[in-house]
Write a protein that binds this ligand. Structure first.
Ligand SMILES: *Cc1c(COP(=O)(O)O)cnc(C)c1O
Length: 363
C-alpha cells in the first residue's frame, strides 16, 4: 500500500492564488518597485496586525534583527545573549551588527532561553537579551523583562517564527525595544522570496531603521551614517498585503491542527508544552530518543519531516570565537527533535495520517 506523498510543506499559492497574482499585476502596471505605496501600506497594515505603533520593512529577517540591534545602540564590543536552539541567523545578525553573541542554554521543556542561565552568563559587556519566540510560542517574557530591568539590559525580540503570537495577551515585539520578523517563504506570513520587518513602539527607533535600511540616507544623496541596502521591495510588499488579510484564518487553522496532533499523540510521544494560548504554531516538533529511526519510518510512509535544529549554536563552528554555556539541554534536544508537517493547507485527515504513523512507531 503506498499512500500519496505528504510533503513537509507546500509553498505554492493555494486559496490565495488570485489575490497574489492581482497584487503582482498591480505592481507591474504601476512600474514602481522600491520604496513605494505598497511598502507604505504594508507597514501600516502589519503594524496594526502586530499590535505595535510602527513597522519598517527590510530585506529579510536577519537584517531586521541586525538593524534593530544597531538602531538600539548596540555596537562593537557589546555582547548579546542568544539561545542555543534557534536558526543560526539569530546569532549571525548579532555579528552583522558588529557585536558578539553569547550562547546560552535553553529551558529543558520549552527549549527557549533559560532565564537563570542568562543571569549566570551576564558580564559588564552584555548589553542586550535577544530571546527567540521559538516554534511560534512566546518566550518567558515576564522573567526576561524583569531581568532586563534589573540589570539594565536592552530587550530585543526575534519574532521570526511568531507572527501574531501573544504572551498573556500582549503581542510579541512590544515588550522591549522592538521585534524582528521574517517573511521567508516557509514562515507563517510568507513572501515569494526574502523579506522582513521590524516592529517597535518607538518612533525614534523606527526612523533610524528607515534610514539604515536605505544606505543611511536622511534625504536623497545625504548619507548620514553607514547604512546598508535592505529594503522590502514593492512586489513582496504587495504579496504580503494580500496574505496578511488571510493570516488570522491561517493561524486559527494551525492552532486547530496542533490541537488535533496533541489529542492524537498524547501518551505516544513527547511534545514541547503549550504554555501560551497565543502560540501560533509555526512548527510542531515532537521528541524521540529514536529520532533518526522515527524520521525514516515516516519517510517510508511517505511523510516529510525536518529537524529544527540538528545542532545547538554552541556546536556550530561559525561561533567558535563566542562565549557559550555547556548547553546540555540544547544538545539533548537537538538529538531528539523532529518537526511534523503543519501548515494551513493540511486537512485533518493528513494530520491523522501522520499521527497514526507516529503511533505505529511508538506504541
Ligand atoms: C527565519 C529565521 C530567521 C532569519 O530570517 P531570514 O528572513 O531567513 O533572514 C531568524 N531567526 C529565526 C528564529 C528564524 O526562524
Amino acid at each position: 500500500m503506498s499512500a500519496a506523498e505528504l510533503p513537509f510543506n507546500d509553498l505554492s499559492p493555494g486559496e490565495d492564488d488570485a489575490e497574489v497574482r492581482a497584487a503582482i499585476d498591480r505592481v507591474l502596471r504601476r512600474g514602481w518597485f522600491i520604496l513605494g505605496p505598497e511598502l507604505e501600506a504594508f507597514e501600516a497594515e502589519f503594524a496594526a496586525a502586530a499590535g505595535t505603533r510602527f513597522a519598517v520593512g527590510v530585506g529579510n529577517g536577519t537584517d531586521a534583527i541586525a538593524l534593530l540591534l544597531r538602531a538600539s545602540g548596540i555596537k562593537a564590543g557589546d555582547e548579546v545573549i542568544v539561545p542555543a536552539i534557534t536558526a543560526a541567523f539569530t546569532a549571525l545578525a548579532v555579528i552583522a551588527a558588529g557585536a558578539t553573541p553569547v550562547i546560552v542554554d535553553v529551558d529543558p521543556e520549552t527549549l527557549m532561553l533559560d532565564v537563570e542561565a542568562c543571569e549566570a552568563s551576564l558580564t559588564s559587556r552584555v548589553t542586550a537579551l535577544l530571546p527567540v519566540h521559538l516554534y511560534g510560542q512566546a518566550a518567558d517574557m515576564d522573567k526576561l523583562r524583569q531581568l532586563a530591568e534589573r540589570r539594565h539590559l536592552l530587550l530585543i525580540e526575534d519574532c521570526c517564527q511568531a507572527h501574531l503570537a501573544t504572551y498573556r495577551n500582549q503581542p510579541v515585539g512590544s515588550f522591549g525595544v522592538g521585534g524582528a520578523f521574517s517573511f521567508y517563504p516557509t514562515k507563517n506570513l510568507a513572501a515569494l522570496g526574502d523579506a522582513g520587518a521590524v516592529v517597535t513602539q518607538d518612533g525614534t527607533i523606527a526612523g533610524r531603521i528607515r534610514r539604515l535600511r536605505d544606505g543611511g540616507q536622511s534625504a536623497r544623496y545625504a548619507h548620514d551614517e553607514p547604512g546598508v541596502n535592505s529594503r522590502l521591495d514593492e512586489l513582496q510588499a504587495a504579496v504580503l498585503r494580500a496574505r496578511l488579510a488571510r493570516l488570522p484564518d491561517w493561524t486559527g487553522r494551525r492552532r486547530a491542527l496542533a490541537r488535533l496532533y496533541r489529542a492524537r499523540l498524547e501518551g505516544a510521544i513527547a511534545m514541547p508544552p503549550e504554555r501560551e494560548p497565543g502560540h501560533v504554531y509555526h512548527l510542531f516538533p515532537v521528541r524521540s530518543s529514536q529520532r533518526d529511526r522515527l524520521q525514516q519510518h515516516l519517510r517510508d510512509d511517505g511523510i516529510g519531516t525536518l529537524v529544527h535544529y540538528p545542532k545547538p549554536l554552541s556546536e556550530q563552528p561559525a561561533f567558535d570565537g563566542c562565549r557559550r554555556d555547556a548547553c546540555t539541554h540544547a544538545a539533548a534536544a537537538a538529538r531528539e527533535l523532529l518537526s511534523l508537517p503543519l501548515h494551513p493547507r493540511l486537512a485533518n485527515g493528513d494530520v491523522e495520517r501522520v499521527a497514526d504513523s507516529v503511533r505505529r512507531f511508538s506504541l
